[in-house]
Design a protein around this ligand. Sequence first.
Ligand SMILES: NC(=O)c1ccc[n+]([C@@H]2O[C@H](COP(=O)([O-])OP(=O)(O)OC[C@H]3O[C@@H](n4cnc5c(N)ncnc54)[C@H](OP(=O)(O)O)[C@@H]3O)[C@@H](O)[C@H]2O)c1
Length: 313
Amino acid sequence: MAERYTIAIAGATGDLGTLVTRTHLQHPYDQIFSHVRILTRDVSSPKAQALKKEGERGIITQFDPSDEASVDQALNGVDVFINILGNIDDKTKDNLIRSLVKNKVKVYIPSEYGVDHAKINFEAPMLKSKLHHQEIARELGRGELKVVAVYVGLFLEDSIVGAQYAPLLGFDQEHVTYTSVGPPTVRANYVGIQDIARSVARVAQLAIDPKTSSTVPDHVRISGAVVSYADIAAVVEKVAGTKIKLESIELAEWKEKMIASPGLIAYMRYIPGAGLMNYENDNHNELVNPGESLWKWKSVEDQIKNLHEQGRL
Ligand SMILES: NC(=O)c1ccc[n+]([C@@H]2O[C@H](COP(=O)([O-])OP(=O)(O)OC[C@H]3O[C@@H](n4cnc5c(N)ncnc54)[C@H](OP(=O)(O)O)[C@@H]3O)[C@@H](O)[C@H]2O)c1
């Protein structure tokens, strides 16, 4: 059997983190990762305990990212560190990097999972902190720490009609009106959360294996469904039989307000609407899932059908 590694997952109890952790506890990752450290601030939480039952290679480990000693202890002997933490401050992020370097961790996947910074053509202070973190990790890692950022655009289930925040993103199902920022035909990238988890696991596997490590770039773009507000409306009309009205907000008008008052929702509407989140022809799908041989990418139609069957649409 090939060499097996220890992986640690921070943010393992979050929505994406739970799926990433589960994936690593399943076959074929048992052949690659002998130990999966499931990091959490509260080892007794129901989410942590539920993950413990998913496989005996999973080790629930106390981890407080703001406490240097706790981080050092959790990272000791780790080969791959996947960060899926929510919003943590810059000092805590710096501490993480210091510990990654000190513990000679070989592969680091930072908590990105959104937009590729290289595609952003405006000043976005809220995104800058994530980019800055990667850059410091590469600089201090000095080639010994392979840092791979994974970009997915938007989480499919969280970002279209049916999602908790869908009305804030312009999907007003009550009034059967979808309002895009920019033209409703501009397409953007949406990836199913399970597909994101699978992609992250593949990146971790390929990046740690000396035979494939060099095939993994520093920045990995995943492209699932690439659709516009008009495409989403057409799928809803087809599946649910509801006629959807399309409206749009002027891109320049939205941008002006967003620059004056930046916010996550403002970005989540502007970036796709401005055509800055379309990875259809510029992605690494073939690296993580060649020819869809490992899984079939979730489509908007899959999601809308699920919602319709559950009576949620
Ligand atoms: N592109 C998209 O559409 C999209 C959507 C959602 C998220 N994301 C990205 O995905 C990543 C994960 O986001 P998420 O919403 O899943 O995260 P989250 O649920 O806020 O947090 C994940 C886990 O991190 C730990 N955590 C949260 N806040 C912490 C803090 N202040 N200090 C220490 N630990 C903390 C918690 O674990 P414990 O309590 O067990 O310690 C939590 O379960 C982020 O980078 C986010 O930007 C992208």
